[in-house]
Design a protein around this ligand. Sequence first.
Ligand code: MLT
Length: 417
Amino acid sequence: MMFFIVKNNKVLILGGFMIRINENFLNLKDNYLFSTINQKIEQYKKEYPDKKIIRLGIGDVTKPLPFGITKAMEQACMEMNQVETFKGYGPEQGYEFLREKIQQEDYEKKGIQIDKDEIFISDGAKCDTANITDLFANANTVAITDPVYPVYLDSNIIAGRTKIIYLPCTKDNNFVPELPKEKCDIIYLCYPNNPTGTVLTKEQLKIWVNYAKENKAILLFDSAYERYITQDNIPHSIYEIEGAKEIAIEFRSFSKTAGFTGIRCAYAVIPKGLVGYTKQGKEVSINSLWKRRSSCKFNGVSYITQRGAEAIYTEEGQKGIEENIRYYQENAKLLKEGLQEMGYEIYGGVNSPYIWLKIPKSQTSWQFFDELLMKANVVGTPGSGFGPSGEGYFRLTAFGKREEILEAMEKMKRMFE
Ligand code: MLT
């Protein structure tokens, strides 16, 4: 049944007995990239149950958590068992003990002044980079590098934003995005980059910081992979660039640095001086908006998790995570060199756990995916899944187990013999 009124000789439909959906979802690709890959693996496993599959697709860590971290979580868990130390709801922004550690260890020690109140603890950079879209009007033009981590694009489509500009990053421009010709308001940058594994220098980032300042735009800088940087002159934080605090939000995660993909903990830095504008041009603090959003939609990350994250910053914690990072870096090196020996053109893998491989011209990246799965039983991620400029490329992650990385290389070698 429909309800309607007649006004000025026009019939206005008010609604009916049916639930309306957010039709923006219909503008998304049918499936999230990594879900499609999982479906393909499941299908393959059904057909070939005896085959062992090596998964170098989704960037999920394989090394267990360092002992110091699990010990801290165990202690926090036991606190929950005592009436004196039991914790209920925590602060939405995160416990001060963790924000203080982040402020000192990740910023102050590196010469960057960030206030504790500018740090927001969350359950993942994926959620943060998606949720931040709540703060901005749909009229904004969004720029995303292409290929891109799919969350940036999907979350903007869901929000109903239609003005989305791709900034192609391919070997033709050395994977360095050019400034857009049209004016952009929201710019996503992820460096070290997922998926290409490439980086930008201070000078290259400075161009973007200046662009954002001149255009009253905002940079959403995802530096989830910063711990994988090995070369000098590659910034770990956007705030190493002068003036960035006026225009940038930084997203960081403990997932890939400390093995927290299953535990879930990350943080966003939103400087207090960062502003957005109303339609009338009035300045509004982005930090306050995010605080407001968090208190409405989020109840914070668990105490146990935050105690675990705090332990990352102890001597034992640092030693443990550095060992794991070195292991993945060595995996990346082995993958890169092995694939180069096989004749592939390889990008990434030096400052990043991702290898970006140029595939033979005759194949699409999904065809390469299928061939690799069928012939070598190795799973990677097709470049086109990250955007149109990813076509012709393929991503492999270095987060696998060493023996599986070596086995994958052997199998790939045989596949092409
Ligand atoms: C990836 O494989 O791109 C990431 O692991 C996915 C994620 O961080 O959500």
